[in-house]
Design a protein around this ligand. Sequence first.
Ligand code: DGP
Length: 120
Amino acid sequence: MSDCIFCKIAAGEIPSTKVYEDEAVLAFRDLDPQAPFHVLLIPKEHIASAAEITPENSGVVAHIFEAAAKIAREQGLEKGFRIVNNCGEDGMQSVQHLHFHMLAGQKMGWPPFPPQKEAE
Ligand code: DGP
C-alpha cells in the first residue's frame, strides 16, 4: 500500500527505532509511548486491521506473538507485558495497518476504558 505509514516503515522509507525484525515481522518503538516500554509489532505485508485476518493470512499473527515472546526475553520483561490491538472506529484504530501494541515496565490498568453508564 503506497500511502500506508507502516508499509513505509516496514520498507525502511520512514525511519523507526527497530527492536526486532525478521522476514515477516517488524517491531519498533511507538512514537507516542504510553508506558516505559511501548513497541508496535506489525506484519510486513499490508493487512488493514484485525477484521481483515483470514485463514490465508492468519499465520503471521502467530508469528507476531512468537516475536513478542522473543522480545520479552531479550528486553528483560520477566514481570510481564500487555499486548493490545485496536480495531476499527470503536476500537480507536488510527493507523490502518494491523499492529499490536506491546506495553510493559509498569502495572497496567483494567478495564482499559472509562466505565460507561448503563442505559436507563
Ligand atoms: P492505534 O491508535 O492503535 O492505531 O495506534 C497507532 C500507533 O502508531 C500510535 O500509538 C502512534 C503510532 N505511530 C503513528 N505514526 C507513527 C510513526 O510514524 N512512527 C512510529 N514509531 N509510531 C507511529
